[in-house]
Ligand binder design. Structure first.
Ligand code: ASP
Ligand code: MG
Length: 415
């Protein structure tokens, strides 16, 4: 007997028919004598629909803090519905099941509405219920704040609910069911020859997730890594008896395959900012970053270089494209304080990254990457590296070409 957490994303519970199929997958695990906890997302499209209501009625989606607590109360309802529906579907298939809302467990979070962090999960009642053979169907994405209000964990947060629950329950497995059959070397919609990976290290998955691969919420991978809890990513679109190996996200030590690069990620949601002729004295970059931090905007790639004029420097950095307007006005407002001459921006850029733990011990990855891009005549605007990742910023029209070229260069499927 094992204790299993199964998580189903929005497409897996998109309609009643799909919910019945999910129930069959759950029933199978239960029939094998396992204790099963299930975490569900809202039906696909539902969270967006609810967010749309909030935006419309508050008339200004940038209102932020003042309405965040009600935002949570509204958007968390999608998961409440699916947890109830799946429980009924399970009962109809002869499985004893009940739904659990975040506050009923309770799953306690901090008070940061719309992107709350989990503080604690009380498992006493939930544990007992599992031991009694009852499948617990948990509404993902939601918890309860210190003030007793409904809170939500940020978009994609059901993944994090599932991993956190698996950790708290000391589960043997956490299986995340989605609409793809595993983690691929890159997005198969762009590179049809992309390969499913059998295993991927936590750190690689973390980089891929934060670089734009959308399979798992970044925070869920962080949590799994910190607790050394392997996650299996697999599809719910296969019959109960069909093979479904998926991808195991696990510690580095459990990966035997020798490979240097595991995946290529990309993000089209980038914008590049250039500040020209900043004075070249200590503290200037700190001032720029201070202005950005005060405006609550995260800065990603940062490059400083000398400008043609003596005693001055240029600073280039990237931000999320959705923050462009906010960034431009924050910088203009603080022009005097920062001290720069010119401000340029480019919102037609993409970030493409190659990721692999093998980079630590293999030389030449940068050379292979830059040569592959050069052969396609792709110009690089900015480069950033970490121990296991190299990212470049390029013209967004070149994204697909670059992703294909890199998959080819690192032997990840494409020619
Ligand atoms: N329903 C939420 C969302 O769409 C949470 C999730 O599905 O993970 O972001
Ligand atoms: Mg998701």
């Amino acid at each position: 007997m094992a204790r299993i957490v199964m998580k189903f994303g929005g497409t897996s519970v998109a309609n009643l028919d799909r919910i019945r199929r999910v129930a069959a997958l759950v029933a199978r695990q239960h029939a094998q004598g396992n204790e099963v906890a299930v975490v569900v997302s809202a039906m696909s499209g539902e969270t967006n629909r609810l967010v749309g209501f909030v935006d419309d009625i508050s008339d200004d989606s940038r209102l932020g803090g003042a309405i965040d607590d009600e935002y949570d109360a509204i958007v968390a309802s999608g998961e409440q519905v699916t947890s109830g529906l799946l429980s009924i579907a399970l009962r109809r298939q002869g499985v004893n099941a009940r739904s659990w809302q975040g506050w009923q467990i309770p799953l306690q979070t901090d008070g940061t509405h719309a992107s709350a962090r989990i503080k604690d999960i009380e498992t006493l009642a939930f544990n007992q219920s599992l031991k009694d053979g009852i499948v617990g169907v948990v509404a993902g994405f939601q918890g309860i704040s210190p003030l007793g209000r409904v809170s939500t964990l940020g978009r994609g947060g059901s993944d994090t609910s599932a991993v956190a629950l698996a950790v708290a329950l000391k589960a043997d497995r956490c299986d995340i069911y989605t609409d793809v059959d595993g983690v691929y070397t890159t997005d198969p919609r762009i590179v049809p020859e992309a390969r499913r990976l059998n295993r991927i290290a936590f750190e690689e998955m973390l980089e891929l997730a934060s670089q734009g691969a959308k399979v798992l919420q970044t925070r869920s991978v962080e949590l799994a890594m910190n607790n050394n809890l392997p996650i299996r990513v697999l599809t719910s679109f296969r019959g109960v008896d069909e093979p479904n190996p998926g991808t195991l996200v696990c510690s580095e030590e459990t990966i035997m395959e020798e490979r240097v690069v595991s995946g290529v990620a990309f993000s089209r949601d980038e914008a590049q900012i250039s500040l020209l002729r900043l004075s070249d004295v200590p503290g200037v970059v700190a001032r720029v970053c201070g202005v950005m931090a005060d405006a609550n905007i995260s800065v990603d790639m940062i490059v400083q270089g000398t400008s043609r004029r003596e005693d001055s420097a240029n600073l280039v950095f990237t931000i999320g494209r959705r923050d462009l307007e906010k960034t431009l006005s924050a910088l203009e407002e603080n022009k005097g304080k920062i001290g720069f001459d010119g401000l340029l921006f480019n919102d037609k850029v993409s970030k493409v990254s190659v990721v692999g733990i093998g980079m630590r011990s293999h030389a030449g990855v940068a050379h292979t990457m830059f040569s592959a891009l050069a052969e396609r005549n792709i110009n690089i605007e900015v480069i950033a590296t970490s121990e296991i990742k190299i990212s470049v910023l390029i013209d967004s029209d070149m994204t697909e070409l670059a992703v294909r070229a890199l998959n080819g260069a690192f032997d990840l499927g494409a020619k």
